[in-house]
Design a protein around this ligand. Structure first.
Ligand code: PLP
Length: 368
């Protein structure tokens, strides 16, 4: 049985009824018109998109556009899904079953461990050091591994912490996976959102023969409503197993979404720059806010992503978040939805209205 997805249930309750969303992990989106304007002739071609079934693994044009991010693996290794969420569900359902064991970086997006647990496998948590910048320690891995371990799951850049692996930490993680013959599942849906491009690492599928990279358009590119994500693997057998599993889910993707995602991914750098302009302005405002309130919050400016996970020193963020919704119309995510204590919140800083949302939150918390 799949456990309820706490974060998504929380959003289902409040996302579209609370005025100020200050915890979203997707970046500011755009209307279809602005996306099509990136490419001459795209608007006319969009009108001609054929509304039949599409190729199950994704259209060749879209896979080519995505594959520019995975130069060593290439388009044959790209399997397109309905969102990164479908990619995670498919991959983890295929990789682990009863009697297996998986190690997962923690905290994480819940599907990464809930899907594994629902399949009958056991999960061990590879904890991030939340007292510092959220780094997990590769030295811990040897203590977690078992003869039945099949895979190690990482998210870099991370949701919720914003931590991004340094090259040396990633190399040590790959070394460990190779030594034990593990699949290394790398959720890279926030790749491209490094606040300094120097932090951007090569994708894991290009670095390790059993490395699998997951990506999507929702976060770094600001196109969540397309519901397009992907898995990239150089392992042809695994690819076939994933494609067969997908036959029981969406079968193939929405034709309009695939067309729009192809335009988006062909102009990925422009989309990333647009999001980063919003993110940089917002992070400067958050830095200033937290500097004014060092007695209330413990904060570190993250190096990547669209989310941060600051500590509220008064604790009980379940209550804080409930009161903020009720009395100020501001939505934060309490750390309990990440199964991670009750003294942190996830803040999202990829949306354009952060200045207003932050000002309302500041006034409310000041008055407490
Ligand atoms: C780490 C991570 N992976 C996957 C997803 C799902 O992404 P998508 O919207 O592409 O399904 C999310 C969404 O928050 C996420 O944070």
């Amino acid at each position: 049985m799949l456990a309820p997805f706490k974060l998504e249930r929380y959003f289902a309750r409040y996302e579209f009824t609370t005025r100020y969303l200050l915890c979203a992990s997707d970046a500011e989106a755009m209307p279809i018109r602005d996306l099509l304007a990136l490419e001459p002739g795209a608007a006319e071609r969009f009108d001609d998109v054929w509304l039949g079934y599409t190729e199950s693994r994704g259209s060749p044009e879209l896979r080519e556009a995505i594959a520019t991010l995975y130069p060593l693996t290439g388009a044959d290794g790209v399997l397109v899904h309905a969102g990164t969420q479908e990619a995670i569900f498919t991959l983890l359902s295929v990789l682990a079953g009863t009697g297996d064991h998986v190690i997962a970086q923690f905290p994480a997006y819940q599907s990464q461990y809930a899907v594994v647990e629902a399949s009958g496998a056991e999960v061990s948590r590879w904890h991030s050091d939340l007292t510092r910048d959220g780094a997990p320690d590769p030295d811990d891995l040897e203590r977690l591994v078992r003869p039945s371990t099949r895979a190690l799951i990482v998210t870099s850049p991370n949701n919720p912490t914003g931590f991004v692996f340094e090259r040396e930490r990633l190399d040590r993680t790959i070394e460990f996976a190779r030594k034990h013959g593990l699949w290394l599942v790398s959720d890279e849906v926030y790749r491209g959102s490094e606040h300094d491009p120097l932090w951007r690492l090569p994708p894991v599928c290009d670095l390790y023969e059993r490395g699998i990279s997951l990506g999507g358009t929702a976060k770094s590119y600001g196109l969540a409503g397309l519901r397009i994500g992907w898995t990239v693997t150089g392992d042809a057998q695994l690819y076939e197993r994933l494609a067969s599993f997908k036959d029981y889910l969406t079968i193939c993707n929405s034709a309009p979404s695939e067309f729009l995602a192809t335009v988006g991914m062909r102009h990925g750098d422009e989309l990333i720059e647009r999001v980063q302009r919003i993110v940089t302005r917002n992070l400067d405002l958050l830095d200033a806010y937290f500097a004014r309130h060092t007695g209330t919050w413990q904060w570190r400016r993250p190096r990547a992503g669209t989310t941060a996970f600051p500590r509220y020193v008064r604790g009980d963020t379940d209550r804080l978040c409930a009161e903020l919704i009720e009395n100020a119309g501001v939505l934060l995510l309490p750390s309990s939805v990440f199964d991670c204590g009750n003294d942190r919140v996830r803040i999202g800083y990829g949306r354009a209205n952060l200045p207003d949302a932050l000002a309302v939150m500041e006034r409310y918390i000041d008055d407490l």
